[in-house]
Write a protein that binds this ligand. Sequence first.
Ligand SMILES: Nc1ncnc2c1ncn2[C@@H]1O[C@H](COP(=O)(O)OP(=O)(O)OP(=O)(O)O)[C@@H](O)[C@H]1O
Ligand SMILES: CC(=O)C(=O)O
Ligand SMILES: [K+]
Ligand SMILES: [Mg+2]
Length: 477
Amino acid sequence: MKLPDHRTKIVCTIGPASSPEPVLRQLILKGMNVARINFSHGDLKKHREVIQRIRSLSTELGVTVAILADLPGPRIRVGDLENEPLTIEKGDTVYLTPLDIEGGKNIIPVNYKRLYESVSPGSNVFLNDGFIQLRCLGNTDKGVECKVEIGGYLTSHKGVNLPGSRIFLDAVTDDDLRFMKFALDEEINIFSLSFVESASDIEKLRQFAQQHGESIYVVAKIEREEAVKNIDDILEHTDAIMLARGDLGVETPIQQVPVLQKEIIHKANLRGKPVITATHMLESMTENIRPTRAEATDVSNAILDGTDALMLSGETAVGKYPIETVLMMTGIASRTEKWRNETGWGTELLTKGIDELTMSVSDVIALQVYQAIKRLKVDHTVTPTISGQTPRRISRFKPDCWIFAMSRRQEICETLALSYGVYPIYSPNKGGSWEQTASTLLKENQIASVGDLIVFTEGQSPGKPGGTNMLKILQIE
Ligand SMILES: Nc1ncnc2c1ncn2[C@@H]1O[C@H](COP(=O)(O)OP(=O)(O)OP(=O)(O)O)[C@@H](O)[C@H]1O
Ligand SMILES: CC(=O)C(=O)O
Ligand SMILES: [K+]
Ligand SMILES: [Mg+2]
């Protein structure tokens, strides 16, 4: 058991650059808490190999590493292009076609059958994360005729966004269900869903899992205008959210992304739902060994906004420096957290508005744990947990001490890999009190020493989730 220097959780997207065993090993040793598998890319055989590799490294190194299966949702993509990259110039006319053909000069295939119905003259179409912008003129025999407003280079399978247009695709597609079945068979129980619009999309995923006898942890990806509008309801139903800034910056005005980030993180914090801030965090490190100043600042600011986790995408999936990128991220995180703990910067925001929420008994206990940590300079928090709720409720305040979450269930430990400052400990604990088990463990691992203050939470009816109703403050003897 070795505690990291940083308490912000690190999510790495795994791709060709990070799949080899030695790279995965280093990523885990340097601070990766969650491995994200993006089912929009790669093939199932490769995914299975990577999943098995991560599991065995996690056991060997004694580090909890959660696996997050990212489902594409109703994602529209460019099809295959004959010659790549295709140069698209401002002022050109191009045709978008739903036919499954190879794209070429001025004709771009799109994997969406009902394209003609979704767009109308004047609609905007964005390609490749919004870097290419088209305006629709109308439907023709050749396809949807579009004028290029902003040109660029296009390669196969890049994303297509139709902000403001109605999309006739299921929120959870057949592909999503196929990927989900595969992931459930691999004993993955953490899923993120792309392009969520409302809480019912989340419920569909849960129902499918239930039909397979599984209960899952859902991360709703906030990347559509609709999701921003429905954020309160989504937070009510989801387990966590991801600020998927890549698509969010195309689907909503990019100028609004920074304030949406702040508002949405705050709302999620208040409700004790973990947040992952994603996309372009250290983007330039995909190619370079040093990030830009703006990127370093972005990482730090997301932490000060109250994010639980930070995500790397291309940086670790296809980048030249996956390990260096994680080290850079954890370095910025530990500096920022130390400073926040010293100055209290932004911490008043973490409790702002909490009085207006209805609170359960365990919410009140969590708030008291936070007060105790602040006022008594508590050294460690220990929370035995069944569902993970108590440690998550404490974690939302981003306190200045580790929250050791002890659970009899490995899959709950994995979900806690997403919560700020939570150190999950899988502990079958057959016989013996949690208090004893925890004190012994912390002493044996030289984490706690004589005189240390520990906050310990407990439920009166052990075995019942949501039953935490006690708080004890103990001194290690
Ligand atoms: N398993 C994989 N195999 C091959 N390439 C991958 C894999 N995962 C990711 N990549 C590459 O890394 C890039 C960045 O990863 P990311 O997960 O952000 O994908 P994206 O397509 O940009 O995002 P999204 O699917 O969430 O819209 C991708 O564009 C893709 O080229
Ligand atoms: C991660 C993701 O899906 C996005 O940023 O759009
Ligand atoms: K995806
Ligand atoms: Mg996206």
